[in-house]
Design a protein around this ligand. Structure first.
Ligand SMILES: C[S@@+](CC[C@H](N)C(=O)[O-])C[C@H]1O[C@@H](n2cnc3c(N)ncnc32)[C@H](O)[C@@H]1O
Length: 323
């Protein structure tokens, strides 16, 4: 497939009604400079919230929000965010909308550089997000696929071990439905086995051209049996996915192990599968060993990356396709 690599950050700034964009850019730069000058405050931190001091946490929170707002000045509006001011969205590291800007930017690259065009025979686009928590932001990728391609349906598989997150996702989607951002929200039970149970949510979105399209989320709950955690995903979840999202699963080693097992199990049938992961050494190594190229030139980051820049960890997304 031809690769037309996008150059992030080159969209013209849409300043219509956004006089504040330029001053926000300046504020972001000032905060980033301050963070860099304080790097010693977070000696072994990967992310601000887990390891930072209060001072660093505050700076990083300010930077995340500032940077996200700045990106929003340039990008099209997201579909699946509340009808409130950006400052009120849960964009912080533990919020359900964390890293919406990064997922918007990644979506452009995935759609224009990685995905085959839809044909009349195309079924739903299948996206697996393992160890999903209650994270809503990746759904933006699905919404953008529906809005800018001929695909009629996107199915997400979210995997978790905590059912509470399903409830939080459903509650948030209900709120989006009340605000008219999504339509026709429904839920039902899926299959249940001794090791896993499924809850399914379906809703519609209205695209910019007025078409009504469908999004479905199957929330797969893995059961912890005798203290034994299930793998992050079932072989069947991996096999059916066109796109795999891995973001802040608890163990990098376990993730690489599960991916290797899944690759071996699929016996090469996973060729062409698209991955969106974090720019961590282990994942980049895995990507380079299993794909032809890795796109890693995104302007938006996953989490507060600035504090670790001096150690080469930038926590930006990577996107690659299995060969
Ligand atoms: C650090 S959180 C990240 C959540 C989400 N990816 C995000 O970025 O917001 C890690 C998540 O992994 C989930 N998890 C841990 N072990 C798991 C397993 N074996 N299968 C599925 N999910 C698991 C936890 O319940 C938790 O929600």
């Amino acid at each position: 497939m031809p690769v037309n690599e996008l150059t992030p950050g080159t969209k013209p700034t849409d300043t219509t009604g956004h006089d504040w964009c330029e001053s926000i850019d300046e504020r972001c730069d000032q905060i980033a400079t301050l963070i860099l000058s304080h790097t010693g405050l977070a000696p072994d931190g990967g992310t601000c919230y887990q390891h930072g001091t209060k001072e660093m946490d505050d700076l990083c929170t300010a930077h995340l929000s500032c940077d996200a707002t700045s990106y929003m000045c340039r990008a099209e509006k997201p579909f699946l965010t509340p009808n409130t001011e950006i400052d009120e969205w849960k964009l912080g590291e533990s919020g359900q909308y964390h890293d919406v800007p990064a997922f918007m930017e990644v979506a452009d690259t995935v759609i224009h550089s990685f995905m085959p065009n839809a044909t009349p025979e195309s079924g739903p686009v299948e996206i697996m997000y393992f160890a999903s928590g209650n994270h809503i932001a990746p759904l933006e990728l699905g919404a953008k696929i529906l809005n800018s391609t001929e695909h009629k349906q996107v199915n997400f598989t979210y995997t978790e071990i905590d059912q509470e997150y399903y409830k939080e996702i459903y509650t948030e989607l209900s709120m989006l439905e009340q605000q008219g951002k999504i339509l026709d929200l429904k839920q039902r039970k899926g299959f249940s086995t001794p090791t896993h149970s499924e809850s399914i949510v379906e809703f519609k979105i209205r695209t910019d051209s007025g078409e009504i399209k469908t999004m479905q989320i199957t929330f797969v709950l893995g059961k912890v049996i005798d203290g034994e955690y299930p793998p992050y995903f079932r072989p069947s979840d991996y096999d059916k996915a066109d796109i795999v999202i891995g973001f802040d699963a608890e163990s990098v080693d376990a993730t690489v192990g599960h991916l290797n097992e899944a690759r071996a199990y699929s016996k090469g049938d996973d060729q062409g599968k698209i991955f969106i992961m974090e720019n961590r050494d282990d994942y980049v190594e895995w990507a380079k060993g299993n794909s032809e190229y890795v796109v890693d030139n995104f302007s938006q980051h996953f989490g507060c990356e600035t504090i670790k820049k001096d150690e080469g960890l930038n926590l930006r997304p990577i996107v690659f396709k299995l060969k």
